[in-house]
Ligand binder design. Structure first.
Ligand code: FAD
Length: 482
């Protein structure tokens, strides 16, 4: 017997119906469940008119709506609202007459503030906001040191993460939430809806919400939970080679699932379960690939709990002494930064990587490390400028992974490379793009160059050897006491 008659699920970064924590709890506990998404103007107002993420979201909402209809045998439809979440959620709650709102945790600082404001507004109406862990395997303070503190170093965190997984009944934490079992509890909007509500059961077009089309379709980026499953099936055929292939940007080595993890069009539990099972499959010789991939998923949890437990990283260095570094300022800094953004550094691998980002909204992980190191340690530019540029351009932009990656490269992070480790963009190029295949893909003007010549800088904006010395001097400040 269900305790609540009417409730709604507020979808945010979890655009799927299968293995979904909040949806499972709502369907299990309530007789009639609506599905809602808010196109939040607080977020949309800060985006450029053409933004691949907005197009990705709209396409994924269409897929979500279709999934809801399939799961509910045609009764459920996604209600799409456009406005400030703090106004829209209470308004729809009143209109639908629901007694509870279900959602999944989002631990980014602005999301926590939004949820607190929405929770308060709902409380006034006597409506509860129930939230659940869904976006990561272990969140907040679930994995702690023996002293009861959050981990700040990855390897012991990973060991504790794996131990917790094994201790609590093997795959207990990776079990899917069987939403399908309660599919009959979706609210029937096909029958009972008023005309005004029916108008909301429609995913708007880009133009409807004031945006322009991007090259998302031309890039063949797969959207929605359906797209995620296609990518996943393809990756599972390659997972055993992941460890060997993942560092070479010209090769199809990684999963390309980051945008789906970002928007929750795939379940982290499903991915971690598949990798974990593969690791222990005795018939698989290449299980090192699955183990390395699981490790990357654990990095994702690691950085999420860093932001949750140390929110100061969103503004400044994890290690405060790194905030003493005097980064380049003024006109020269502006020019160097513009050259980096516009792929005009003269270092072929750096420029090819920046073209990949600008043209597709994706950048290979090895190259994210190379260009981040180049910006901070060759150009002497504040890592926050690069972090912001990535946040604007990356289709998979995720605050915690991006912040973690930038602070790692700048050496200011919790478990970062030491400041005196400075990537050489030429040797990185020789090592990870030996034949220059990746460079030539994005810089066709260099196709005539041999595998030896391709890596060398052309009209470089800085000399790496000199920049290295300057950086060592710049970073010396972290060793002194103020
Ligand atoms: C400077 C910098 C900025 C970054 N910004 C982001 C970002 O905004 N969003 C983002 O998702 N990743 C970010 N990363 C991490 C990583 O580069 C991407 O997750 C990865 O390239 C995405 O491609 P994939 O899905 O094919 O990865 P795969 O190699 O298939 O990895 C699988 C998943 O593991 C997770 N993952 C992998 N590496 C990391 C990592 N180092 N930290 C956290 N999670 C990881 C991602 O969710 C990824 O989708 C950044 C890394 C650096 C160095």
């Amino acid at each position: 017997m269900s305790k609540i008659s009417h409730s709604c699920v507020w979808f945010r970064r979890d655009l799927r119906v299968h293995d979904h924590a909040a949806l499972y709890h709502a369907l299990k506990n309530c007789a009639s469940v609506y599905g809602i998404f808010v196109l939040d103007t607080d977020i949309l107002e800060n985006l450029p008119q053409a933004d691949r993420r907005v197009e990705f979201i709209l396409e994924s909402l269409r897929d979500l709506d279709a999934q809801m209809q399939t799961m509910s045998a045609g009764r459920a439809r996604l209600i799409v609202l456009h406005g400030h979440a703090v106004d829209e959620i209470p308004r729809i709650v009143r209109q639908l007459g629901v007694q509870a709102v279900y959602a999944n945790h989002d631990d980014e600082p602005h999301a926590l503030a939004r949820d607190a404001a929405v929770g308060e507004a709902l409380q006034v109406l006597g409506v509860a906001l129930h939230t659940f862990k869904d976006h990561v395997v272990f969140e907040r303070q679930e994995v702690l040191t023996q002293q009861g503190k959050p981990y700040t170093v990855f390897t012991p965190y990973k060991n504790a993460w794996l131990k917790k997984l094994a201790q609590d009944g093997g795959d207990f934490y990776l079990k899917p939430y069987p939403t399908e079992n309660y599919a009959s509890h979706w609210a029937d909007v096909s029958q009972q809806m008023s005309t005004s509500l029916k108008g909301l059961c429609r995913v708007p077009s880009l133009q409807d919400i004031g945006f322009e089309p991007t090259n998302l379709k031309a890039l063949n980026i797969q959207t929605g939970a359906t797209g995620a499953q296609t990518l996943l099936q393809n990756f599972l055929e390659r997972i055993d080679h992941y460890q060997a292939a993942r560092d070479f940007p010209a090769v199809k080595g990684p999963s390309y699932l980051s945008v789906h993890l970002r928007f929750g069009t795939v379940s982290i539990r499903e991915l971690a379960r598949l990798a974990h099972q593969r690791m222990f499959d005795s018939h698989v010789t290449g299980s090192a690939g699955a183990a390395t991939w699981l490790s990357e998923l654990i990095w994702r949890d690691f950085y999420a709990q860093i932001v949750a437990n140390f929110p100061h990283v969103v503004q400044g260095a994890f290690k405060p002494e790194y905030d003493r570094i005097a980064w380049e300022q003024g006109l020269l800094a502006d020019e160097l930064f513009a050259a980096w953004c516009e792929a005009r550094t003269g270092y072929p691998l750096v420029d090819a990587a920046m073209r990949q980002l600008n043209q597709s909204g994706y950048m290979h992980n090895r190259l994210r490390m190379v260009v981040a190191s180049f910006l901070t340690k060759d150009l002497g530019i504040d890592w926050r400028w690069g972090e912001r540029y990535f946040a604007e351009k990356l289709i998979d932009f995720d605050l915690s992974a991006n912040n973690g990656g930038w602070q790692w490269a700048a050496s200011s992070g919790c478990d970062a490379q030491p400041y005196f480790r400075i990537f050489n963009p030429i040797t990185q190029s020789e090592k990870f793009d030996a034949e220059g295949k990746f460079i030539k893909r994005y810089m066709p003007e260099l196709v005539h160059l041999s595998a030896k010549e391709i890596h060398l800088p052309r009209q470089p904006i800085v000399d790496h050897a000199q920049a290295r010395l300057k950086t060592l001097a710049r970073y010396a400040v972290v060793k002194t006491t103020p």
